[in-house]
Design a protein around this ligand. Structure first.
Ligand code: PEP
Length: 251
């Protein structure tokens, strides 16, 4: 039985002080209710250490939104996985569509990042998803399958991999994939993974949905058989909404 996982991706939001305040509010609310799924928070880099201090001992994971694929070197502005680990991260997001779209991250770069995160002993959330144009062209399956295969290229063991299916047209737009649209893609990702890694690895793999998940639609999405939680953007910036989504995953 897969344990659902809900991770808040704060993107480029929250100062250090705001991040500490928001993570404290989330930790407080989850302490009372107790989270019955795995929970993570991905603040911006400067807030990682401060949020780590808040999350220590709560069971909530600290996640990074991005990383570089080298350990160190002349890569101005970049952050290595070792640095993230020292800051307290246990998860790293790789290949978010905003990284692919605005920062030119190719599937080859995403693959290097996935490999680096795993080789350093952290867990990775590999993001995949089609654009609106690709969906309208009827090539969603092809695009997503390609991103999964490219992202996992050369990786022998996927025990520490989570895949996040995030249709680009649903991210931050208020448009959510219907639960059936999401389920169909999740099932096809699981089939792709089964073909690559076998049935057991595929049925153990957690596949999150991301794209305008809110308290009002989370329960229906998370009830689908192949949807194992969510990667949450906008709604993770309000403690009350994020906690409601976490609770929906626990039901
Ligand atoms: C995301 O960026 O991962 C995301 C799903 O954003 P939102 O929930 O705001 O659509």
């Amino acid at each position: 039985m897969r344990r659902k996982i809900v991770v808040g991706n704060w993107k480029m939001n929250n100062t250090i002080a705001e991040a500490i305040e928001l993570s404290s509010a989330i930790a407080e609310e989850l302490r009372d209710g107790g989270a019955s799924c795995e929970v993570g928070i991905a603040p911006a880099f400067p807030a990682l250490s401060g949020v780590h201090g808040v999350l220590e001992g709560t069971g909530i994971h600290l996640a990074a939104q991005n990383c570089h694929y080298e350990n160190d070197g002349a890569y101005t502005g970049e952050v290595s996985v070792r640095m993230l680990e020292e800051a307290g991260c246990s998860y790293v997001i790789a290949g978010h569509s905003e990284r692919r779209q605005y920062f030119g991250e190719t599937s080859a770069i995403v693959n290097l990042k996935v490999k680096k995160v795993l080789s350093e002993g952290l867990r990775v959330i590999l993001c995949v998803g089609e654009t609106l144009e690709e969906r309208e062209q009827g090539i969603t399956g092809e695009v997503v399958t390609g991103q999964v295969k490219d992202g996992l290229e050369g990786i022998a063991d996927i025990a520490d991999v989570v895949i996040a299916y995030e249709p680009v047209w649903a991210i931050g737009t208020g448009k959510t994939a219907t639960s059936q649209q999401a389920q169909d893609v999740h099932a096809s990702i699981r089939e792709t993974v089964a073909a690559l890694y076998g049935q057991q690895a595929a049925s153990d793999l957690r596949i999150q949905y991301g794209g305008s998940v809110k308290p009002s639609n989370a329960e229906e999405l998370f009830a689908m058989p192949d949807i194992d939680g969510g990667l949450i953007g906008g709604a993770s910036l309000k403690a009350e909404d994020f906690v409601a989504i976490v609770n929906a995953a626990g039901r």
